[in-house]
Ligand binder design. Structure first.
Ligand code: SF4
Ligand code: SF4
Length: 174
């Protein structure tokens, strides 16, 4: 994860626009409707973390879960598991994912954090081994984190991934 943290920091230096996310200036709006995925290891970290969180936070999580909130860890003021949030939460909304068909999928974002998911044309002139890529974001260009090499080199694509809702079902069933 250290490598990912460093890359996100480099991205913010390259494109200070993303400083709006550190700390989040819009109440975690981009997490509304997210159902994040966890590897086994990531979920183990969450379970250990949940043993320590303040009771109010735990109660909020339980309430979100009972009301089928997506994401169940989101509150108006914070992510309840921010410290141990998974890989796919850490790279959102900075990510541009390079797909096998040569296309790149990413989200354009407005200043007030409305999103539009875009799939690029496959013949873009870019270097898929780079960590960053410039892409259109409505009327301007933005730098994004290109998700390819380090995902593969960390074998993260090989790990089984389960959704938060599914994992919490088992967690609260115990
Ligand atoms: S994109 Fe997401 S993390 Fe960034 S400021 Fe908006 S709501 Fe917050
Ligand atoms: S786990 Fe946290 S960072 Fe991830 S989607 Fe939910 S609220 Fe957002």
């Amino acid at each position: 994860m250290v490598e990912l943290d460093n890359l996100i920091q480099q991205l913010r230096t390259k494109d200070p626009y993303w400083n709006k996310c550190h700390p989040c200036k819009n109440k975690g709006k981009c997490c509304i409707g997210a159902n994040p995925s966890f590897s086994d290891k990531e979920w183990q970290d969450v379970i250990e973390y949940l043993d320590e969180i303040p009771k109010d936070d735990y109660d909020k999580l339980l309430e979100n879960f009972k009301h089928n909130k997506l994401c169940p860890f989101r509150t108006e003021s914070k992510c309840l598991i921010h410290k141990v949030r998974p890989f796919n939460c850490k790279y959102t909304p900075f990510q541009a994912v390079y797909r096998n068909d040569g296309k790149i999928i990413y989200s354009m974002t407005t200043d007030d954090c409305n999103f539009k998911t875009v799939v690029s044309e496959p013949n873009m002139n870019f270097n898929s081994t780079e960590n960053f890529i410039e892409l259109n974001n409505f009327l301007e260009k933005r730098s994004y984190l290109l998700i390819n090499n380090w995902v593969i080199s960390n074998n993260l694509l090989e790990e089984p991934e389960k959704k938060a809702t599914e994992l919490l079902n088992s967690y609260f069933a115990k």
